[in-house]
Design a protein around this ligand. Structure first.
Ligand code: R5P
Length: 291
């Protein structure tokens, strides 16, 4: 059977990754023209014919709201323009943390975001935040592929910091901390975290001496940075000499990077979200999933 012609389209927050993916796959890249009308409504235009093609739309969902709307419109438009298949590559999938109605009357956003993206024939994402939902298949009605950047994080840590102590700030980060520690052949510790609100967390480390040690804290997301900041403070209290934060998705909201650095720690992330410390490239990982 003849292979469908593929084109990789970079939406507003996916241009760099889309270009890199297209280069890995040796297929054409095309930007999505995304402007706005005077009242702020989106004005989208594909710059290449899509008829009969496998259209890969790359869009990271940060900032979440604008990027989600743009992606939903782009998926639908690609279909209307005759795309034979539409794959949405969403390196960072927003809205997954609200996976239950924590308080009466609240919106459970994960299912709604998933259903909005269900116009795509396939969705590919990296290290989605999964807690009460164990796999995205539970909330997506279309084929969904979840990749992990664990090996990329492990190689980065190994290359720059050697076999240092790997810390996961909470039980949820165990999946990163432990797997990465195994690959780096380092020791992993997972801490106890209690969240009191979106900007207030408490972290406890018990019975561990970090005196003079280099500590690498790994997590899936650095958002407000409070989880990292509390972990940094606790590691410092226990004597850590050098502290490095490594995350898959570096959102760094509300000046989080500056605040982390002010505590004397370094921070690095992948390029699923554009930020000044996006040193770990995930384009190869995404390209492999599209082969
Ligand atoms: C939560 O369970 C996640 O794994 C991260 O720890 C969390 O999203 C980080 O958020 P923040 O940077 O706002 O503390």
């Amino acid at each position: 059977m003849k292979k469908m012609v593929m084109v990789v389209v970079g939406c507003s927050n996916g241009v760099d990754l889309a270009r890199r993916i297209a280069r890995h796959l040796r297929v054409p890249f095309s930007p999505l023209s995304a402007g706005s009308f005077p009242d702020g409504e989106l004005k989208l235009k594909f710059m290449t014919p899509l008829k009969g093609k496998h259209v890969v739309l790359v869009q990271t969902l940060h900032p979440a709201n604008e990027q989600l709307v743009e992606l939903v419109f782009a998926i639908q438009t690609a279909k209307e323009l005759g795309a034979a298949k539409v794959t949405a590559v969403v390196p960072y999938m927003a809205y997954l943390r609200q996976d239950v109605r924590f308080h009466p009357g609240e919106c459970q956003s994960n299912r709604i975001a998933a259903s909005l993206l269900s116009g795509a024939d396939r969705v590919i994402t990296i290290d989605p935040h999964l807690h009460r939902v164990k796999h995205l298949k539970e909330i997506f009605h279309k084929p969904v592929t979840t990749l992990t950047a664990n090996s990329l994080l492990a190689s980065f840590i190994k290359k720059h910091y050697g076999k240092e102590i790997i810390v996961g700030p909470d039980a949820e980060s165990y999946q990163w901390a432990n797997k990465i520690a195994e690959q780096v052949k380092a020791h992993a510790i997972v801490l106890k975290k209690k969240r009191y609100g979106s900007r207030k967390v408490a972290i406890k480390i018990k019975g561990i001496d970090l005196k003079g040690k280099t500590v690498v804290i790994v997590d899936d997301i650095i958002s407000s940075g409070h989880t990292m900041m509390e972990t940094i403070k606790e590691a410092k209290r226990l004597g850590a000499k050098k502290i490095v934060c490594v995350a898959v998705h570096g959102i760094f909201a509300e000046n989080a990077l500056k605040k982390i650095r002010a505590l004397g720690a370094q921070a690095y992330a992948t390029n699923t979200v554009d930020n000044p410390v996006a040193r770990i490239d995930v384009s190869g990982l995404l390209a492999d999933a599209l082969r």
